[in-house]
Design a protein around this ligand. Structure first.
Ligand code: CUA
Length: 335
């Protein structure tokens, strides 16, 4: 390959890489970090801004210096070798101290945000225990007697303290519009204190590799107005009414099969390995945020969970199509 072909090739592959990389960028994608919706996310964006401007300043200085050196010391026919410098004390000191100062400028606001968001919560803070599990999220509200999964409801404007715990491996709680990542470590209780500032639904994702279905460990945080939050809590505390029609048949199947060994439905079963399903029908998604929560999707899930979520710990239960549909009717009626 001659030199021109190879340089044309490298330009092309650089362009292709750039297009592929930038193609993944969006200002307002579901996991955007630049549209903050809590005090924590705003502070993180502020740290980003500091780092970005500092880095841009450094890039400018380095770029200008490089351009000057290239022009000044360009090889010319017959020109002598420029003066060679070795062991210049002042320069050595300068390029040791300057990066140290840059790191200090980045470190101080970063540590400030980390310490502020894991310190003691304000007295009126809502308490939620977050359990990272392979591969779903459990949310418990100890003061409200509510337990749910994969969809965390929070009231707007009220501080919340999330206690991050986990029974199996390390996960990382991350809802970009509400703030930065924080690890969920077995045997340790990490804390995250933040105040949601705008009502809405925000996507989150486990951000620490935790096994086969790590990529499918999503969650939604629904920030409600105070009234809507109170209504949601009240609905979660009520035991769903006795089902009728196909849902009643579904309940009988659920109660007589292995389902009860893993799932809790208040008044029906008390399993603790899988999500609490007492008000399952009130959730919008299924399988840790993977699919819309419809009877069809739930029936497909019950028939073969591994086909919808590779690696999932729930086994196929050997139900017939009719049985799976009836159980799906029952579960989606629980709200
Ligand atoms: Cu949990 Cu990755």
């Amino acid at each position: 390959m001659n030199r021109r072909t190879s340089s044309r090739l490298s330009v092309r592959s650089a362009l292709a890489t750039l297009v592929a990389t930038l193609g993944g960028c969006a200002w307002d994608g579901p996991m955007t970090t630049v549209i903050p919706r809590s005090d924590f996310a705003r502070e993180i964006l502020h740290v980003y801004a500091i780092v970005t401007w500092v880095a841009a300043g450094i890039a400018l200085v380095v770029g200008v210096a490089l351009a000057w050196v290239l022009a000044r010391f360009r090889e010319k026919p017959g020109a002598a070798l420029p003066v060679q410098t070795r062991g210049h004390t002042l320069l050595e000191l300068a390029w040791t101290i300057a990066p140290a100062l840059v790191l200090l400028v980045i470190t101080i606001p970063t540590l400030h945000v980390i310490f502020r968001t894991q310190g003691a919560p304000p007295a009126q803070a809502l308490e939620v225990t977050v359990l990272g599990r392979q591969w779903w999220w459990e949310f418990r509200y100890p003061t409200l007697g509510v337990a749910t999964a994969n969809e965390l409801h929070l009231p707007v404007g009220r501080p919340v303290t999330l206690r991050l715990e986990g029974p199996d491996v390390i996960h990382s709680f991350w809802v970009p519009q509400l703030g930065g990542k924080r690890d969920v470590v077995p045997g340790r209780s990490n804390r995250l204190v933040l105040t949601p500032q705008v009502a809405g639904a925000y996507w989150g994702q486990c951000a620490e590799f935790c096994g086969a279905s790590h990529a499918n460990m999503r969650m939604r945080v629904i920030v409600d107005t105070p009234d809507a939050f109170a209504r949601w809590v009240a609905a979660q505390q009520v035991t769903p009414p006795e089902p009728s029609g196909p849902a009643a048949a579904g309940k009988a199947i659920f109660a007589s099969r292995a389902c009860v060994g893993c799932h809790t439905i208040r008044g029906v079963s008390a399993g603790v390995l899988g999500p609490d399903l007492t008000t399952f029908g009130s959730r919008t998604t299924l399988g840790a945020g993977l699919f819309p929560n419809t009877p069809e999707n739930v029936a497909a899930w019950i028939t073969d969970p591994g086909a919808l979520k590779p690696g999932v710990k729930m086994p196929a239960l050997g139900l017939t199509d009719g049985e799976a549909r009836a159980v799906a009717r029952y579960l989606t009626s629980l709200k």
